[in-house]
Design a protein around this ligand. Structure first.
Ligand SMILES: Cc1cc2nc3c(=O)[nH]c(=O)nc-3n(C[C@H](O)[C@H](O)[C@H](O)COP(=O)(O)OP(=O)(O)OC[C@H]3O[C@@H](n4cnc5c(N)ncnc54)[C@H](O)[C@@H]3O)c2cc1C
Length: 43
């Protein structure tokens, strides 16, 4: 599970939440690609 923003860092302001959201999105994308490649290699 990925989370970003005030739910994980209540003291952060908008710019911090936006930055964390952007990083979380990139990591979700990387996770999905990794899973896809692993599935293809196993097939
Ligand atoms: C009084 C106050 C003043 C502030 N002033 C500033 C400022 O001047 N400058 C600044 O940069 N930051 C300011 N902040 C901080 C800023 O509001 C937060 O950093 C920012 O909103 C965090 O964004 P977020 O997306 O993490 O959370 P949020 O903006 O809180 O978004 C979370 C959303 O999830 C929704 N939600 C919650 N539970 C559920 C659920 N179960 N199902 C579906 N939706 C749900 C909520 O309704 C909300 O819309 C202020 C905060 C407060 C409280």
């Amino acid at each position: 599970m990925w989370a970003a923003g005030n739910v994980v860092f209540p003291a952060g302001q908008v710019i911090v939440a936006a930055s964390a959201g952007s990083m979380a999105a990139a990591m979700i994308n990387a996770d999905l690609i990794e899973e896809d490649v692993a599935r293809k290699l196993a097939a």
